[in-house]
Write a protein that binds this ligand. Structure first.
Ligand SMILES: [Zn+2]
Length: 470
């Protein structure tokens, strides 16, 4: 038993990068030799663990398509992107182009063209014919120039236009319509392309798509392959309604892993150690049993040993969803760590499970949105709307380790925001015990340095905890 679509989700182009990228603001969409090299090794791992596709945002732009659209291909960008796509294909991995619809990429166009301006400087007005034309030109440029296998359409992440005309539609209707129009444009011309819509930020964090509004998503579903209820800031299909929702949905349904770390762009790659295989494993099993068959599983830098295991585990589990989580974890560790005997395999498996529990046993996930000091808020204060009615549901699917935006390595908000002082002390004690166990088994593997990297990650996490406690 397996998922039909097992997508590795970038999400942004450099999130997978194995070296610190310096202090450029997020999202850094520069492609250098390291980016290309890290993708080449990632694709091998994806293939081996069972993924079939990669979904990447920022292949061409971050915030700004240039109004002279074709110039985006210049200065070697077309060649670099082609290299990444070819490298994926060589490993049998399909490439899904992450594409903002009316937003994520249109800031410069909005500034330069009054005919698409509405109330949001990062989202074109959804009621103007010219906006549609710009969107279509962008899609055509991408498909004409690159051998991509599909597109990820996302209209909602940066909010919407609320001019009098656009305001006639509620959020679910509005975003579904914009995604649908783009999907129809693509389907009519390039019917072979895989199309997914991701509902990231369709609604305020904590809210649900009501049953009365299912019809808008069903209508969209006639024109795409999968609807992804991402869950980074709330799942929008109420979990108790999910089975019923999926039954009548004309396309596939999926989600991300239920819980994941969003790769911290300005952090040293060995600054955290947080496996989450039980957390995500249980979520994916429940999604599958409700009928979900697609997954966009978040990536990160595989040089971090917890990230690497989370990713490899994800691919194996999506390919063997009926197998036990513990068994999949053992298979993962056997493959990556090459233990000298089964006793070592047992110990390393326990270490990963214990490290996961050490964090989650002390983590209080619900955020009090309006009480968060701004400097600890990551992107959540500035980029998200909060549910007024159910703030207790603001539990991160996507965990930020540092604030998303900024120009220097940010504070460890994942420890500061959601752990009490006692929780931090307990987490530190558990990590110290784990670190001692790791030191004792160093010679038991042919692990290419992974065990030492675990030690370094734990030691760096303890440094962060000490900093907060001091
Ligand atoms: Zn408008």
């Amino acid at each position: 038993m397996k998922f039909n679509k097992k997508i590795a989700f970038g999400a942004w182009i450099n999130d997978i990068k194995n070296i610190l990228m310096g202090n450029s603001n997020w999202p850094d969409v520069n492609i250098d030799d390291q980016t290309i090299k890290d993708y080449a090794s990632l694709f091998k791992l994806l293939k081996e663990s069972g993924y079939d596709s990669i979904d990447i945002f920022g292949l061409l732009v971050g915030h700004d398509w240039p109004p002279e659209l074709e110039t985006v291909l210049k200065n070697g960008r077309k060649e670099k992107v082609t290299k990444i796509i070819d490298s994926a294909h060589k490993n049998g991995i399909d490439v899904i182009f992450g594409l903002g619809i009316y937003s994520w990429g249109f800031d410069a166009i909005i500034r330069s063209d009054p005919e698409v301006q509405g109330t949001n400087e990062s989202a074109m007005c959804g009621s103007k014919e010219k906006s549609k034309k710009w969107q279509e030109r962008v899609i055509k440029l991408i498909i004409d120039n690159f051998d991509i296998d599909g597109l990820h359409l996302e209209a909602s992440d940066q909010g919407r236009c609320s001019c009098p005309e656009c305001s006639k539609e509620g959020n679910v209707q509005y975003y579904s319509r914009l995604n649908k129009e783009a999907a129809i444009f693509i389907r009519e011309r390039w019917p072979e392309k895989y199309l997914l819509v991701n509902d990231c930020a369709y609604l305020p964090w904590g809210d649900y798509i009501s049953k009365d509004e299912f019809k808008y998503v069903y209508d969209l579903g006639k024109h795409i392959d999968a609807f992804i209820d991402n869950g980074n800031h709330g799942l929008f299909i109420r979990e108790e309604d999910r089975k019923e929702f999926i039954k009548d949905l004309p396309c596939g349904f999926g989600s991300s892993g239920g819980f994941w770390i969003y790769a911290p762009q300005r952090w040293d790659r060995l600054r955290w150690f947080l496996p989450y295989v039980n957390k995500t494993g249980n979520f994916l099993k429940s999604l599958y049993s409700d009928g979900g068959r697609a997954c966009e599983y978040y990536m990160g830098p595989t040089v971090n040993p917890s990230t690497e295991v989370n990713i490899y585990f994800g691919g194996l589990l999506l390919s063997n969803i009926d197998k036990e989580i513990g068994e999949i974890l053992r298979l993962t560790l056997d493959k990556l760590y090459v233990p000298k005997n089964s006793e070592y395999l047992g110990i390393i498996t326990e270490i990963f499970i214990d490290a996961e529990n050490a964090f989650f046993d002390n983590w209080k996930p619900s955020i009090k949105p309006f009480e968060l000091p701004e400097k600890f808020a990551g992107d959540v204060e500035t980029l998200r709307f909060w549910s007024e009615k159910t703030p207790e549901r603001t539990i991160p699917g996507e965990l930020f380790l540092e604030p998303l935006v900024g120009l220097k390595p940010g504070e460890p908000i994942y420890l500061k925001n959601n752990m009490s002082e006692e929780g931090l002390r307990r987490y530190k004690t558990e990590l110290e015990k784990i670190s001692e166990r790791v030191n004792k088994i160093k010679t038991g593997f042919d692990d290419s340095g992974r065990i030492s990297r675990i030690s370094e990650c734990i030691s760096n996490t303890i440094k962060d905890i000490n900093q907060i406690l001091s």
